[in-house]
Design a protein. Structure first.
Length: 90
């Protein structure tokens, strides 16, 4: 399960990762709010977010799913399956 969450940490933001950006907000949720061990640092989460965005992931939709998951690991994995790089709709 941690490996799936780690891949989620590879989300990316080609755009700015500063305060208020979708990646910053996503990483706050995953790292600070949920405290998932898959993310060793906040910056590693943001770096991953850049990768996902470069791969065409809609970070804002992914963020909405993560927020609705409310730190439930299984729900977060479902978000990854639905909206991550290797999502089931491809």
């Amino acid at each position: 399960m941690r490996y799936l969450l780690l891949s989620l940490g590879l989300l990316s933001c080609e755009t700015k990762t500063g305060t208020g950006s979708p990646c910053n907000t996503l990483c706050k949720e995953l790292v600070q709010t949920c405290g998932f061990a898959a993310f060793p640092t906040f910056s590693s989460c943001e770096e991953g977010c850049v990768y996902y965005q470069e791969e065409g992931v809609d970070i804002e939709t992914h963020l909405s799913c993560i927020e609705e998951a409310e730190c439930n690991e299984f729900a977060v994995i479902e978000c990854e399956n639905a909206f991550g790089v290797n999502n089931e709709s491809e």
